[in-house]
Design a protein around this ligand. Structure first.
Ligand SMILES: [Zn+2]
Length: 459
């Protein structure tokens, strides 16, 4: 029997705000432990939370970028549970009325997006443990997908595209190593053709998008093998270990939480006015998909080029600046993709300088091969193409008058080839062209030399 996987993802994203979700403490990664704290984020009794409008705005912006329906009315709820890194014993989250519903990432549906506060971070040392409350109260956006994915590759594509949109919108830096984007995966298997979902397993502790792909690949095979052996999959939470490449049980369903949600009494509901929503809508940037389409239509690029260039917003911006000053946007794309992309971080060549190099090649001033030499020198020195061409004496001979003289010499020295050409051997012109280039010590513009030769031979 053939089996298929059903995958849904829960993604937590730390929003890029200056201060925390419900207090004025700064959000910063890597600060000395417990230095960015106050009575509110330490959960002291009697304190009152104050909502961070920028976090709400960035969540709505995310919803708009992902095609969600934005709730004009939503509210806060307390999610109650005990955890050593959460001194209040509850987390302020959104339960039944999230800020955003619906939406898509590529062909995969989004169920909802809600906003909550992050918890503190525990550290375990040889004999002691410590808790750093700097992270407690950081605005955390949770994006829950529909169970639309069927393979680890689907999950990889979903996360890659989601990250691209969120970074593009300035919502988060989405650095998984810093915990700015964290992903839990729900996965089950079922016989192909079966409509009912199998018992789902939640996987935690994946630290990269490729780690998610590896964990899912392992877990899907584990479940299929178990089902084929006649075992029953039980609902449980499993931890991925990237070093040993296996998942292991963290907790089973008996330990599932009952969070006893109830409305947060210390915060007003969130009402989004039409004016504010319109203002946020105006801030929605061009999305990668739209940008790719525009690159194809406006610059006449193949889809492959558009995809490569748009994958990195700074590369796309560089390309646009260079292409704006060029008559040959496809050539600019070729140079960026083949010569620049791999070392883009160290690039010293300004977009206008690249456009100038392409123009020099297109004008026949230098050959494409010489262009690579000039490019390398530009990259190393930051000098303009014109300066390097001058310094290295690379300029091709494109002066028609000078070339005519050389053509005349070549014709006079090779009467047999001239006769061959006139007798109908068209290929004889190539030998003559070679002679012209030789006479010019390799500097003759081959195209122009060919044109002059053809004119003289036919005339
Ligand atoms: Zn605080």
């Amino acid at each position: 029997m053939e089996y298929e996987a059903v995958i849904g993802l829960e993604v937590h994203v730390q929003l890029k705000t200056h201060s925390k979700m419900f207090c004025g403490c700064a959000t910063a990664f890597g600060a000395e432990p417990n230095t960015l704290v106050c009575p509110v984020c330490l959960g002291y009794p009697g304190v009152l939370p104050v909502m961070n409008a920028e976090a709400v705005r960035k969540t709505i912006l995310s919803g708009l970028m992902l095609g969600c329906e934005i709730a004009r009315f939503s509210k806060w709820d307390r999610k109650n549970y005990f955890y050593p890194d959460m001194p209040k014993n509850y987390q302020i989250s959104q339960y039944d009325l999230p800020l955003c519903k619906g939406g898509r990432v590529g062909k995969f549906g989004i169920t909802r997006i809600h906003l909550e506060e992050d918890v503190a971070k525990s550290f375990h040392f040889a004999e002691t443990s410590g808790v750093d409350f700097n992270r407690a109260g950081t605005p955390l956006m949770e994006i829950v997908s529909e169970p639309d994915m069927r393979s680890p590759e689907d999950a990889f594509a979903y996360l890659t595209a989601l990250k691209e949109v969120l970074i593009g919108g300035g919502v988060s830096d989405c650095d998984m190593e810093k915990g700015q984007l964290r992903c839990d995966a729900n996965v089950s298997v079922r016989p192909v053709g079966e409509k009912k979902f199998g018992e789902k397993v939640e996987i935690k502790n994946m630290n990269s998008i490729s780690g998610v792909r590896r964990a899912l690949a392992y877990e899907i095979q584990r479940q299929i093998a178990a089902v084929k052996r006649g075992e029953t999959i039980v609902q449980e939470t499993r931890r991925w270990d990237d070093d040993t490449s296996v998942t292991s049980v963290m907790r089973t369903k008996e330990h599932a939480h009952d969070y006893r949600y109830f409305p947060e009494p210390d915060l007003m509901p969130v009402e989004v006015s039409a004016a504010w929503l319109a203002e946020i809508r105006r801030a929605v940037p061009e999305l990668p998909e739209a940008k790719r389409r525009r690159f194809v239509a406006h610059y006449g690029l193949p889809e492959y080029d558009a995809e490569v260039l748009v994958a990195d917003a700074s590369v796309a911006a560089y390309y646009e600046q260079a292409a704006a000053g060029s008559k040959n946007p496809k050539a600019i794309s070729n140079w960026v993709m083949t010569e620049l992309l791999a070392k883009f971080a160290e690039n010293t060549i300004a977009p206008a300088q690249l456009a100038e190099l392409v123009a020099a090649i297109d004008a026949g001033q230098i050959s494409g091969k010489q262009g690579k030499e000039v490019f390398a020198e530009m990259f190393a020195t930051g000098k303009n193409a014109a300066v390097i061409i001058q310094e290295k004496g690379l300029a091709q001979l494109s002066d028609a008058g000078a070339l005519e003289g050389l053509v005349d010499q070549a014709l006079a020295a090779n009467p047999k080839s001239v006769a061959d050409f006139k007798a109908g051997n068209a290929a004889a012109i190539n030998f003559l062209k070679g002679q012209v280039i030789k006479l010019s010590k390799g500097k003759a513009n081959p195209q122009l030399a060919g044109e002059i030769l053809a004119r003289k031979l036919q005339g």
